[in-house]
Write a protein that binds this ligand. Structure first.
Ligand SMILES: Nc1ncnc2c1ncn2[C@@H]1O[C@H](COP(=O)(O)OP(=O)(O)OP(=O)(O)O)[C@@H](O)[C@H]1O
Ligand SMILES: [Mg+2]
Length: 226
């Protein structure tokens, strides 16, 4: 199964979400890897470099691979997809042809967005791209599901709640779990960890809740795939 974390906007939490999801699912025993498609920033590769300096017995292994855009299909579909049960793709912040290819090869697209008008406008553009990719995939006999997750969300802010409603009105699936802005996410990144491996109980609990929703979606997709 291939899960991509992608959006055309930069800095919305793609890498943070991809890493935290990978850690959470690795702790649950899934056979998985992280595929870093951001060849310029290589955020997940750098995160992995820090993680590799941690004593191996104290954290589960999360293999991270840098993906060459020219050979992405071969690397993900033929190699990593066959070796691991789950490949989590950390996407690039651009509406390039690479983004389309990533969507087409995915079973599930997770799209983190921030609760702001500009992010909703950008989501609208991203959805058009997703719809085109979905048509292509369906013509090949497959399908790709898209779910949005609100990041750096503040439930006490009216505008944030309204943005959540607007997303639902757009007919897009929105996860019930919202990710708050927390120092723990920044700390986890610099330490090569996920919040599941830190002390902040609230961060851990929300990531656990989100992972459960994602697992439910994965199981449903696996069932429909047969
Ligand atoms: N929920 C959160 N709480 C606090 N900080 C966060 C949260 N999510 C992301 N961040 C921080 O926001 C910044 C951008 O996050 P991240 O690098 O994951 O975004 P991205 O979408 O992968 O960016 P890019 O488009 O540049 O690849 C980072 O400094 C990260 O630590
Ligand atoms: Mg990133």
């Amino acid at each position: 199964m291939i899960i991509s974390v992608t959006n055309l906007k930069g800095g919305v939490g793609k890498s943070t979400l991809a890493q935290n999801l990978a850690v959470m699912l690795a702790k649950k025993g899934y056979s998985l890897c992280l595929a870093d498609t951001d060849v310029e920033q290589q955020t997940s590769m750098k995160w992995s470099g820090v993680r590799s300096s941690i004593e191996a017995s104290s954290v589960p292994e999360v293999p991270v691979f840098l993906i060459n855009p020219d050979t992405i299909s071969d690397q993900i579909l033929n190699k990593l997809g066959k070796k691991y049960d789950l490949v989590i793709i950390d996407g690039t912040p651009a509406l390039t042809e690479l983004t389309t290819r990533i969507i087409i090869m995915s079973d599930l697209v997770l799209t983190p967005i921030l609760a702001s008008a500009t992010d909703v406008w950008a989501l609208d553009t991203f959805l058009k791209r997703y719809t085109e990719a979905q048509i292509t995939k369906q013509a090949m006999g497959g399908t790709v599901e898209l779910c949005v997750v609100l990041n750096k969300y503040n439930d006490r802010v009216n505008l944030d709640r309204e943005i959540g409603e607007t997303i639902k009105e757009m007919g897009v699936k929105l996860f019930d779990t919202k990710v708050s802005s927390r120092v723990a996410y920044k700390e986890a990144t610099v330490q090569g960890l996920g919040v599941a491996e830190l002390k902040d109980k609230s961060a851990k609990a929300e990531m656990e809740a989100l992972t459960k929703e994602i697992e439910k979606t994965i199981k449903k997709l696996a069932k429909s795939k047969g």
